[in-house]
Design a protein around this ligand. Structure first.
Ligand SMILES: [Fe+2]
Ligand SMILES: [Fe+2]
Length: 481
C-alpha cells in the first residue's frame, strides 16, 4: 500500500477540522438564532398585549365596554394572530362583574396571576408553529393611565391578563432561510479554504520538494551544487544549503577514497610484482646452485604460460602458473651439493635423495596462504608425476596430478631435452618431438603433448629468445633423470 502524499494528509486533516468547526458553528448559530427568534416573538406578543390593553382601557374610559368585542375581532384580523382571550382578576370581577366575553382561568393563567410575570409557550416543531403568550396587566398609578383612578385595588394588583396565540411560521422560515444561507456560505468558504491550501501546498511544498529531489540527484551525479535562492521559503533554502554542504563533503570524501584506492591498487601491484620477482629470483638462485642450464627457469615459465594459455585457462591462472613454475625445483635446496652437482650417473640412494626434492619443496611452500606460493607448492610436489602413474613422489594417475603439475612437468622436460647438459647434447626439435610423441599418454598428459605439437613453432621461438650461453653451461641437472 502506497503512502499518502503531504497534500492528501493535509486535506484529510483539514476536512476533519473544518467539518467539526462547521458543525459547532452551525449548532451555535442555530441556538442563538432560536433564542433571538424567541426574543423577537415575545416582544411582538408584549406589544400586541399593550395595544389590546390600551384599546380596552380606552373603551372603558369612553363607557363603551360592550363594543370591545368588535375591537378584539378587528385586532385578530391582524396577520399572525390566531386567538385573543381576556381574563379578568377576582378584584375586577368583584368591581365590574365577570364580563361577557372574558375567558375563565386555567392552570397556566393562574400561574401568571400568581407570579405577575408573562408566560410564553412555544410550539415550533409542528407544521404550523405557534406561541402562546399570557401577559398580565398590573395596576399602577404611574404613567399616562392611573389604573387606581378606576379600579379599587392596591398598587401592583393583577387586574387581568391577555392570552394570545401567534402564528410564528414566518419567523421559523426566516430562521431556516438564514441557517441555509449560512450553511451555503460556510461550504463555499470551506471549499475556498481547501483550494487555497491546495495551491499553497502545491506552490510552497510539493513543487519545491520535487525540484529539490531532482536537483539533489543531479547535484550528486553531476557534482553541481543547488541554488538555494531558487526556493521561496526559508526552510527549503536552508535544506538546499545544508544539502550542498553535505554533498560537497561526500564528493570530497569520494575523491579522497578514489585516490586512496588508486594508491592501494598501485601498492598491491607493486607487492605482487615484488613477490613474482622474488619468487623468480629464488628460482634463479636455485637454478645457479643446481648448475642448471642458463635461463632454464625463465624458459620453463614461458613454456608453462604458453601451455596454460593454449589450454584456455583463466588469465589469472596463466599468470599464476608462469610465476609459480620458477620454484618447481626449490626443494633441491635441501639436497647436498655433492649429490646435486655430482658429475655422472647417480646411485639409487642418491637418486632417492634427489627425488625427495619434491617433498622438501612442498614442505617449504605448503603453509603459505598466498595464491602464488600455494600454486608453487603444488607444482614443486607434482612436477615429476607421470600420466601413467609411474612418476614420483606419489605415483599419481592421469588427472590425479593437478593441471599445474602436469603443465610444468612437460615444460621442464621439454627444456631439458632441448638444452645441452654435461651428460648429453641438446637434442634437435624433431628428436624432442619424437620423444614426446613416444611418451604421450605414458609420461605426459596427451592433451598437453598435442598442444605442444600444434604450437611447436611458438615453443621453439621461446627457446631461441631465452637461449643459454656458453659461460653459463650447466654441469648437471635432474630434469630427465
Ligand atoms: Fe625437479
Ligand atoms: Fe627443472
Amino acid at each position: 500500500m502506497s503512502k499518502p502524499s503531504i497534500k492528501t494528509i493535509t486535506v484529510r486533516s483539514l476536512m476533519s477540522a473544518l467539518m467539526l468547526a462547521a458543525l459547532v458553528m452551525m449548532l451555535l448559530i442555530a441556538f442563538n438564532l432560536r433564542t433571538l427568534s424567541h426574543s423577537i416573538i415575545e416582544s411582538e406578543a408584549k406589544a400586541i398585549a399593550e395595544i389590546i390593553k390600551a384599546g380596552l382601557t380606552s373603551h372603558m374610559k369612553a363607557g363603551i365596554m360592550d363594543k370591545r368585542d368588535y375591537y378584539l375581532r378587528e385586532i385578530k384580523t391582524v396577520n399572525g394572530i390566531n386567538r385573543i382571550s381576556i381574563i379578568r382578576s377576582k378584584e375586577v370581577i368583584n368591581q365590574f362583574g365577570p364580563g361577557i366575553f372574558e375567558k375563565e382561568m386555567d392552570s397556566i393563567t393562574e400561574e401568571v396571576f400568581k407570579s405577575k410575570k408573562p408566560i410564553f409557550i412555544l410550539d415550533d416543531f409542528s407544521i404550523t408553529p405557534t406561541i402562546r403568550a399570557i401577559i398580565p396587566y398590573i395596576a399602577s398609578k404611574e404613567g399616562a393611565l392611573n389604573c387606581l383612578n378606576c379600579h379599587q385595588v392596591k398598587e401592583g394588583t393583577v387586574l387581568g391578563a391577555v392570552d394570545i396565540e401567534l402564528n410564528v411560521t414566518e419567523h421559523r422560515n426566516m430562521a431556516s432561510w438564514v441557517l441555509t444561507l449560512l450553511l451555503v456560505f460556510s461550504i463555499i468558504f470551506a471549499v475556498l479554504i481547501i483550494i487555497n491550501i491546495f495551491r499553497t501546498i502545491q506552490v510552497y511544498i510539493k513543487d519545491p520538494l520535487e525540484h529539490l529531489i531532482e536537483r539533489a540527484r543531479n547535484a550528486y551525479v553531476k557534482h553541481s551544487p543547488m541554488d538555494p535562492e531558487a526556493y521561496n521559503s526559508v526552510e527549503f533554502e536552508t535544506v538546499a544549503k545544508e544539502f550542498n554542504a553535505f554533498n560537497a563533503s561526500i564528493i570530497a570524501n569520494q575523491e579522497l577514497l578514489s585516490q586512496m584506492n588508486l594508491n592501494l591498487a598501485t601498492l598491491n601491484h607493486e607487492i605482487e610484482d615484488t613477490l613474482r620477482e622474488t619468487v623468480f629470483t629464488i628460482g634463479v638462485i636455485e637454478e645457479q646452485r643446481s648448475k642448471e642450464t642458463h635461463n632454464h627457469t625463465k624458459r620453463v615459465a614461458e613454456y608453462s604460460k604458453l601451455l596454460a594459455s593454449k589450454l584456455s585457462l583463466p588469465d589469472n591462472e596463466i599468470e599464476l602458473i608462469a610465476a609459480a613454475s620458477s620454484l618447481h625445483d626449490i626443494g633441491k635446496l635441501g639436497v647436498p651439493d655433492e649429490i646435486l652437482i655430482k658429475p655422472g650417473k647417480l646411485t639409487k640412494d642418491e637418486f632417492r635423495i634427489v627425488a625427495n626434492h619434491t617433498n622438501i619443496g612442498y614442505s617449504m611452500l605448503m603453509h603459505s596462504t598466498r595464491d602464488i606460493l600455494k600454486a608453487a607448492a603444488i607444482i614443486a610436489y607434482q612436477h615429476h608425476e607421470k600420466w601413467d602413474g609411474t612418476g614420483y613422489p606419489k605415483g599419481l594417475w592421469e588427472e590425479e596430478t593437478h593441471i599445474y603439475g602436469r603443465i610444468v612437468g612437460l615444460a621442464d622436460v621439454f627444456d631439458a631435452l632441448c638444452s645441452e647438459r654435461t651428460y648429453k647434447d641438446a637434442w634437435p626439435l624433431e628428436k624432442v618431438l619424437s620423444y614426446l610423441k613416444k611418451e604421450k599418454g605414458k609420461h605426459f598428459d596427451p592433451r598437453l603433448v598435442d598442444i605442444l605439437f600444434e604450437n611447436a613453432d611458438e615453443f621453439a621461438a621461446i627457446g631461441t629468445q631465452y637461449s643459454w650461453s656458453e659461460e653459463d653451461l650447466a654441469l648437471d641437472g635432474d630434469s630427465v633423470k
